[in-house]
Write a protein of this length. Sequence first.
Length: 279
Amino acid sequence: MKNTFFAIALLLFISSISSCVVLSPKKYKALLGTKDSLYTAFNEGLIKIENLEKEVGKLKKDTTLMAEELRDLQNNYNEMDASYKKLKNNSSSEITKLSGDLAAREKRLKEVEEVLRKRDEATNALKEKLQQALLGFTKSGLTVEIKNGKVYVSLTDKLLFPSGSIIIDEKGKQALTQLANVLKQQPEINIAVEGHTDNQKINNLGQIKDNWDLSVLRATSVVRYLTENEKVESVRMTATGKGEFQPLGTNANADGRSKNRRIEIVLSPKLDELYNLIK
């Protein structure tokens, strides 16, 4: 600004001199050149001033916008900080609650594992007792094994029944008596008797219509013998017929069909304690 005022004063001074003093053409021409230069510099200065004023206006506007953005950011930060503090307080209580829940569940899980361990011990012990008691019948097609936490005593039909019959023969009764002696010492064991057949069509068996009938009647014959003759508690017993639909071997040859004609006595520990824990 000082330079601008100086230029204006200088121009006025030169104008006043040129009007009062008689100069030589050379000096006058030089003064005119100086005046033109000063006018040019003056105009350029005005343009710069105008540009600077625009820049200042823009900077003021930008500063205003930045101040508004800063206020918005500060407000957002304050809200987030409040939310974080609230979440932190809630999280602490939730974590405490969750820790308690996890501890309770871990305790229940250990209890369930202990019940299952006892069940497996009891199942293995029962299998050993049955194998010892029924050792003399293994050559006649009797097997004892554990599947899915249960003991399966499998007796082929030739050990229990004459061909096509539902009446237990003497050798079968002996095997069931030995089995009953073990079962009566194990009151915590549930007993399911399953009848199985091959897929051969039944002919001339009177009231027995098909393999379904045969499998069911053979299962009920075994249950009736165990409960009525050997005094195993009826409340522990169930009888089902599976027919030909759960074969152990192929029905394409005699050996496979012989494996499929069987009675399976499924022994499973009562799991009341486990069910109570799960509930």
